[in-house]
Design a protein around this ligand. Structure first.
Ligand SMILES: *Cc1c(COP(=O)(O)O)cnc(C)c1O
Length: 373
């Protein structure tokens, strides 16, 4: 018998979520974002599951892109932070990686780059990032036309350059910042258009998951959904389309001990929680070393035999403890669900002062991913 911790991943749900993203993006297309190991779900498995329906994938760095290539995935891969060295530009030509261009150093590297000498090289499809208010990466709106021209004259850069921005507050449907960013973007884009021939194709990419769901006016040639593909809502408030998402991951374990303690006795490190009455405590093989948030509060729900029971005591590296006094029957080997379809990862995050994104991307390699299709 092996330790019972496992992340069960339903790839049919990922496909369902991508199909929903496609409906929302139509007639635009979606780059499926699989950075950070597919938000913890396994980038290769997710990319293979979407292989016939995703026109491109996006990752954070070239190592993640090469992992997809090593697994035999031939689809174009967008590097969201672009190239970090001249060598990466050469690799991008050979591997058909698309490069985000975020800063003048990257423009300079593309200007210096030479066409790789081999049969199977492609010109690099470049995505040019404009900073409209996120203030993280990208050029000033006023710099767009100039940088676009510089890129157009690079011998390694493909004809069509996608112009991109990224929203800071799209998860909040009441926040006017998204409309402000969109207006800034449209102004810069219009000025770029005015400076180029009407016949020139200049595709646009705007929306992340939240914008795709909640801000239809940000629909463009390309959207870039990530989080929603894994089935949790990226939005702060409830939303009709977000309700159609299906959480792909169920984090499971088992009860590995049960005991009864008296009033006044404590549980776990630091003796931080004490029973106020005679209580039955179940120990579960799941800890922060498996990606369960260490600062999950007392009362965080844990599903044991399908019933919500409160976490008590401090989460350990390999275990956590749950008050199961309310359950009639609980025994070693009983099934425990830490998050899944009936208990979303977002809900767990809300008890741990974090976000679902962080919980999913922090699941370490020691947790086996078990796939179903
Ligand atoms: C991560 C990322 C996305 C995907 O965002 P989600 O909120 O996961 O949909 C899109 N665009 C860029 C530039 C990103 O870095």
């Amino acid at each position: 018998m092996s330790r019972p911790v496992r992340a069960e991943i339903n790839l049919a749900h990922v496909r369902h979520n991508f199909a929903l993203a496609n409906q929302l993006a139509a007639p635009g297309q979606n780059v499926a974002v699989v950075k950070a190991n597919g938000y913890g779900h396994g980038a290769v498995a997710v990319a293979k599951a979407l292989g016939d329906i995703a026109p491109a994938f996006a990752v954070a760095c070239i190592e993640e892109a090469l992992e997809l290539r090593r697994a035999g995935i031939q689809t174009p891969v967008l590097l969201l932070e672009g190239a970090f060295s001249a060598e990466e530009i050469e690799v991008a030509q050979r591997e058909n990686f698309w490069l985000m261009v975020n800063n003048p150093v990257q423009v300079n590297m593309l200007q210096q780059a030479e066409l790789a000498s081999s049969e199977n090289v492609s010109l690099i499809k470049v995505w040019l990032k404009v900073d409209t208010g996120m203030h993280r990466l990208g050029f000033e709106p006023g710099e767009l036309t100039g940088v676009y021209r510089q890129l157009k004259s690079c011998s390694v850069v493909a004809e069509e350059i996608v112009v991109v921005t990224h929203f800071a507050c799209a998860d909040d449907v009441n926040n006017p910042k998204t409309s402000d960013q969109l207006a800034l973007f449209n102004k810069a884009y219009q000025s770029l258009r005015d400076n180029n021939a009407d016949t020139e194709t200049i595709p646009v990419s705007l929306a992340n998951s939240a914008a795709l769901l909640a801000w239809p006016e940000t629909n463009a040639d390309w959207s870039r959904p990530g989080f929603m593909l894994y089935g949790n809502s990226p939005l702060l408030a409830e939303h009709e389309d977000a309700k159609k998402l299906k959480q792909a991951m169920t984090m499971k374990s088992e009860v590995i001990a049960v005991r009864t303690i008296s009033a006044g006795e404590s549980v776990g490190y630091g003796a931080q929680w004490s029973a106020t009455k005679t209580s039955k405590i179940a120990t579960v093989a799941m800890g922060y070393g498996d990606g369960y948030p260490c600062n999950a509060k007392v009362g965080t729900p844990v599903l044991i035999n399908g019933q919500r029971c409160p976490l008590v005591g401090r989460v350990s590296m390999d275990m956590l403890t749950v008050d199961v006094t309310q359950l009639n029957q609980v025994a070693i080997g009983d099934e425990v669900i830490l998050w899944g379809e009936d208990l979303t990862c977002n809900e767990i995050a809300s008890y741990a002062n974090t976000i679902g994104y962080e919980i999913m991307t922090r699941i370490p390699a020691r947790v086996p991913r078990i796939y179903s299709t």
